[in-house]
Design a protein. Sequence first.
Length: 111
Amino acid sequence: MSMYRIRVMPKARRQIEQITQWYHEQASSDVAETWYSGLVDSLDALTERPDRFDLAREDDAVPFELRAMLYGSGKKRNYRVLYTIQDTEVVVLAVRHVARRDLTIDDLQDA
């Protein structure tokens, strides 16, 4: 089975940092650490069969295939990890709360 490399774009990295900080401030450092380490594990799991997740609802709005993995550290999957597959690389473009509006091509500028 081929293994894919994970590349988290700077904008997605900033979003992950902001979400982790929010959990730290609103809940606790333990909750923040649990959320972050669970996300890292979920991203690591994308190294095998990243195409197993459905196309994102925004897929038609971008000029490349866009997939979405739901993620949450508890019972609720409150975040969408939006990514594309390029050759042997999974490129994470955004991590967004499910309640946020759909991603646009403009949101991907300076990803």
